[in-house]
Design a protein around this ligand. Structure first.
Ligand code: ADP
Ligand code: MG
Length: 264
């Protein structure tokens, strides 16, 4: 059984009525099937508007597909009862691009990281503190950061906090939707390296969504290239980027030639 299986997913957004009375719509996902195994990072790459975030939201249960099935740990995600969905969701976490809006500015870092733990587990204050300290250490932050507020941190540090919160419940899958895209190039590399380390240490699976083929190539074990709501090409051997043939893939490869730090 695959950790995640998508079967012929379709999603159309209705854009309301135009002046002529015709309903306008956009086919965001036009029939996508894929599987993801435990411990694997699947990279989803494509230009802006190709449907990447919609796909992520469907997997998270934030959007309902018009057609098709999403199986997570063998269960049909979109037909679960609220209680079952909550239980399943602890194994399925997300980190979005906008690290600032992902955190409540009035909560301390300790409270932010403890949020999912409080949602799912009943721990004593001492046990909770121990877990938060452990998570801060894992993501490379200092223990005293626990008492600070989001405004006291840089984007990269906040993304570490969001990652700590995402791994707090030891999930199986983390969806990373442009999670490093807003960061400086050097910080991007640091966060990518942290993600690689976490994946190894905790046997995590990632769905790594990005418009940046170079970042995707760095972290992913497989790549799906998306274009206008479809997967137009798959790459299974990360050493062979040049084998990508689709014109959209070629375009993404040429944008990789833009300057990037030498760490890659
Ligand atoms: P990407 O993440 O690859 O940039 P998205 O999944 O955000 O792409 O969007 C895919 C298409 O669906 C785009 O044309 C976008 O405008 C449209 N779209 C996304 N979300 C909505 C929405 N809530 N309502 C209407 N159209 C949407
Ligand atoms: Mg997007």
């Amino acid at each position: 059984m695959s950790l995640l299986e998508l079967k012929d997913i379709k999603k159309t957004y209705s854009l309301g009525n135009s002046i002529l009375g015709k309903r306008k719509s956009v086919e965001a996902i036009k029939g996508i099937s894929l599987t993801l195994e435990q411990g694997v990072c699947l990279g989803i790459v494509g230009e802006s508007g190709s449907g990447k975030s919609t796909l992520g939201k469907i997997i998270l249960g934030l959007e309902k597909p018009d057609q098709g099935e999403v199986l997570f740990q063998g269960k049909h995600l979109h037909s679960l009862k609220a209680k079952e969905l909550k239980e399943l969701r602890r194994n399925l976490q997300v980190v979005f691009q906008d690290c600032y809006s992902a955190v409540n500015p009035r909560l301390t870092i300790g409270e932010i990281i403890a949020e999912p733990i409080r949602n799912y587990e009943r721990l004593s204050p001492t046990e909770e503190r121990k877990q938060v300290e452990g998570l801060l250490e894992i993501v490379g932050l200092r223990l005293e950061d626990m008492h600070k507020y989001p405004s006291q941190f840089s984007g990269g540090q906040l993304q570490r906090i969001n990652i700590a919160r995402a791994i707090a419940l030891k999930p199986n899958l983390i969806i990373l939707d442009e999670a490093i895209s807003a960061l400086d190039a050097l910080v991007q590399v640091q966060i990518l390296n942290l993600l690689v380390q976490l994946k190894e240490d905790f046997q995590l699976s990632y769905l790594f969504i990005s418009h940046d083929l170079q970042a995707v190539n760095y972290i992913a074990d497989r790549i799906a290239v998306m274009y206008q709501g479809e997967v137009v090409e798959w790459l299974d051997d990360m050493e062979k980027l040049e084998q990508l043939k689709h014109p959209v893939s070629k375009k993404l490869i040429s944008s990789v030639l833009s300057p990037y730090p030498v760490f890659f």
